[in-house]
Write a protein that binds this ligand. Structure first.
Ligand code: SF4
Length: 418
């Protein structure tokens, strides 16, 4: 959403990005063309159609959409999931196994990018752990040192270095690379490397609907309610997206029933009912950057003898108040679907959504951010970072598409600088 990039100026909380939605939009389109993204609704302005035709809404989505109208608008998510053969990969066949991965590669993932890079001539060194970056007197990076699986060390030199790991491992490497000149680690003159760790804290609800909806046909996570992703309330509490799951309920229901000692005809009848009517919903809550939420080096060592990352992550009232609003919405949704056995996740407990970001935040000022607007370290002219870590705020959207759009923009900047 365009306002996701200007949280501070519009709502007075969090921070602004050094890049606007309009500036990033062409890169979103480029990312969508590479990944094969389709969607059905446009929440933000677009200058071109989706490159992939949208996934047909599963039965559950159609029925829940109709029954929640006009109070909630359940829409199809934009997803990198083929609806026709594309990029040498087949169309989605709807067998409901998308998380953690699609067994037929109908759904985009990072391995596809790695394969494409290898085909283009990139040498990919696997089972290698980079443990230190070296620099010269000026602060330019001169080499990356890595261990292979039996801890033999290698040294790679280059003109330009790009760190393309996640928002935990890159800060860890920068801290591991501390030197006499950069005592707090590389790229860290602002003291913000590893800070402002964010994810999407999440609360959930399950209930039994009053009609058969048959979750499990089609993709696992096809739809969401985006009504709460932006609005004036963001000055007071976190925005949130509500995801209605389409994951098959059979395995969970069967094991719960067997554990309870239910067998025979009763098992069959009860399992059928639960498989057809169990509704599971969770959210993606916006969390503000908090410097106390951070990655540091722990005193524990990994198998290679390197310090493991240590994480501190907490939620504040901005999140807690957003979660209260979510629970109100959950109760209203359950009521509209004739819900019984409504079970909320434990109050005050938050799950994570693995959308980690913020620890390498990009920004205009070197004193308060790690990289500039194209992902170049303020402190090192030839060091770039492509990672969800560079995102200064987390908003309410899964982070992959933004990370790919930012990475393409960084690649373009490196080409131009060469
Ligand atoms: S439903 Fe999910 S797992 Fe199955 S083919 Fe489609 S994308 Fe892949």
């Amino acid at each position: 959403m365009p306002n996701d990039f200007r949280l501070k100026s519009v709502y007075g909380v969090g921070r602004d990005w050094p890049v606007s939605y309009d500036e990033l939009e062409p890169w979103y389109l480029a990312a969508e063309r590479i990944m094969g993204v389709g969607g059905e609704e446009t929440l933000a302005p677009r200058s071109a159609p989706w490159p992939m035709e949208k996934i047909k809404p599963p039965y559950l989505q159609q029925r829940v959409h109709d029954r929640l109208q006009p109070d909630f608008n359940l829409i199809g998510d934009s997803t990198a999931r083929n609806t026709r053969p594309f990029d040498g990969r087949p169309a989605c066949c709807g067998n409901n196994n998308c998380m953690p991965l699609c067994p037929i590669d109908a759904q985009y993932h990072g391995g596809i990018a790695a394969d494409a890079a290898v085909k283009a001539g990139v040498r990919l060194i696997t089972q290698a752990v980079v443990y230190k970056l070296e620099h010269d007197e000026k602060g330019n990076i001169t080499a990356a040192l890595f261990y292979d699986w039996d801890k033999t060390s290698y040294r790679v030199t280059a003109k330009t270095f790009i760190l393309a790991a996640n928002a935990i491992e890159i800060p860890r490497l920068l801290m591991l690379s501390a030197s006499d000149k950069f005592k707090d680690g590389l790229a860290n003159s602002s003291g913000t490397v590893g800070r402002n760790l964010m994810d999407h804290p999440s609360v959930s609800v399950t209930f039994m609907a009053d009609e058969d909806l048959w979750p499990g046909r089609g993709p696992v996570s096809p739809c969401s309610i985006s009504d709460f992703r932006d609005g004036d309330f963001r000055s007071e509490h976190g925005a949130f997206r509500i995801d209605v799951s389409n994951a098959s309920a059979v395995a969970g229901a069967a094991s719960a029933l067997v554990k309870k000692g239910v067998y025979g005809k009763q098992l069959e009848a009860e399992l059928r009912k639960r498989a057809a009517r169990t509704i599971s919903i969770k959210n993606c809550l916006e969390q503000l950057p908090d410097p106390n939420n951070r990655v540091t080096l722990s005193s524990k060592k990994d198998a290679l003898g390197l310090p493991t990352p240590s994480l501190y992550w907490s939620v504040d009232d901005y999140v807690r108040n957003g979660s209260k609003k979510t629970v109100e919405a959950y109760n209203a949704i359950a009521a509209k679907l004739g819900g019984t056995n409504v079970a909320h996740s434990a109050e005050g407990k938050f799950g994570n959504r693995q959308h980690i970001c913020g620890t390498l935040a990009m920004g205009v000022h070197a004193a308060t951010s790690v990289t500039d607007a194209v992902g170049r370290a303020h402190d090192h002219e030839n060091l770039y970072m492509v990672s969800t870590g560079v995102m200064p705020t987390v908003a309410t959207c899964n982070s992959t598409l933004t990370a790919v759009a930012l990475a393409l923009r960084t690649a373009d900047a490196i080409h131009k600088a060469a």
